[in-house]
Write a protein that binds this ligand. Structure first.
Ligand SMILES: [Zn+2]
Ligand SMILES: [Zn+2]
Length: 354
């Protein structure tokens, strides 16, 4: 037993030493670089946009609390060969690019509200999709205030647009297709905000005071449906809008962990963070409440996102999900960056990682 273990450890050390030595040979380095390039330019996530139903890609599952493993909030929904971003928090543009998702197929951004963790990468996503060959300016749908964000970003990126056109030419950076166009809607009640090629997107109000208006979105296409909660406390309007949906993507904040964060911040003498941790529980939804909302809406699958604090290892995930299994026994999962769910028109769910 002990002898076998010694031999296998010695063999492993030998393999690692060989691999380390091989990594110093230029020809081996070049071959590995070639393989990375092949992967970078292959349409490996094509199942997302070739699916005949809806697909969901998690481009950001984090929140304002920092995480090395999660971008801030972003969810991509694919329908009919195009895709739509619901929010574009900081880091989400990199996740989209790393997964090989084609920028030119981005049809619009839908904003749930205007907190910074939902808007930080709009400019980068817009730029990437422009130089990828998008046909015109990118529509940004959102509640009142969206126009101010769009105007600010268009001004912020105006010089960059000029440089890109001067450098790469109109064939790559066509000025008429640059920038964003605001599509502001009245968020008071359920509102059909987009209807084209069989896809319907309906906005519904949620509770996120004082960040108002705040909305969630329901996508219906090819007999499948996906609901995105946006940031909200436990919300009856969300439960009503999500009735019978296939998939509910709901924000989740583990308030039992946030309470400990508040105590730890206070004990460390950080009164400002303690105040913030005491303010935030009332305008988010706990994992248990999200499970209850999913049950009341009768949805098939519940995915938790906008995770506060980010549960980035197995122990943290167990603490985060405490009590959830008592409310919802199955079809509930913590979303991870660069994972995806396909909902084919014929039914069922397929989970992937890109
Ligand atoms: Zn928010
Ligand atoms: Zn947020």
């Amino acid at each position: 037993m002990g002898g076998a273990a010694k031999i296998s450890i010695a063999a492993l050390i030998g393999v690692l030493a060989l691999a380390f030595a091989a990594g110093r040979i230029p020809a081996v380095q070049d071959r590995l670089f070639e393989r990375a390039l092949e992967k970078a330019f292959s349409p490996r996530a094509a199942a997302l946009w070739k699916n005949d139903g809806l697909s969901v890609f998690f481009c950001g599952t984090g929140s304002p609390l920092p995480s090395a493993k999660r971008a801030q909030t972003c969810t991509a929904v694919f329908a009919g060969g195009k895709y739509f971003l619901i929010d574009a928090g900081t880091g989400s543009a990199e996740n989209l690019q790393a997964a090989g998702i084609p920028g030119e197929a981005l049809a619009a951004i839908f904003l749930t509200h205007l907190h910074s963790d939902h808007i930080g990468d709009i400019g980068e996503v817009d730029l990437a999709s422009w130089v990828a060959g998008r046909a015109g300016p990118l529509p940004v749908f959102g509640p009142a205030g969206t126009g101010r964000i769009v105007n600010g970003l268009n001004e912020e990126y105006a010089l960059d647009h000029e440089y890109r056109t001067a450098h790469h030419g109109k064939g790559v950076a066509e000025p008429r297709a640059a920038g964003l166009i605001a599509q502001t809607f009245n968020a008071a009640g359920n509102t059909l905000v987009y209807e084209r090629d069989g896809l319907k997107v309906t906005a519904f109000p949620v509770k996120h005071d004082p960040a108002t208006p705040a909305v969630g979105y329901r996508f219906d296409y090819a007999g499948r449906s996906v609901v995105i909660s946006g940031d909200t406390a436990y919300s009856q309007s969300l439960i009503a809008a999500a009735q019978g949906a296939d998939l509910l993507v709901h924000e989740a904040q583990a308030n039992h962990m946030v309470a400990r964060l508040r105590e730890a911040a206070a004990e460390a003498g950080n009164a400002r963070m303690a105040k913030i941790f005491s303010d935030i529980p009332s305008y988010h939804t706990s994992p248990e409440e999200a499970a209850r909302a999913a049950n009341e809406a009768g949805v098939d699958w519940l995915m938790l996102t906008h995770l506060t604090p980010a549960p980035d290892n197995a122990i943290a995930r167990r603490i985060f999900m405490r009590g959830v299994s008592k409310i919802r026994k199955k079809h509930v999962r913590i979303a991870e960056d660069r994972t995806a769910i396909m909902l084919p028109a014929g039914g069922g769910f397929e989970f992937e990682r890109y």
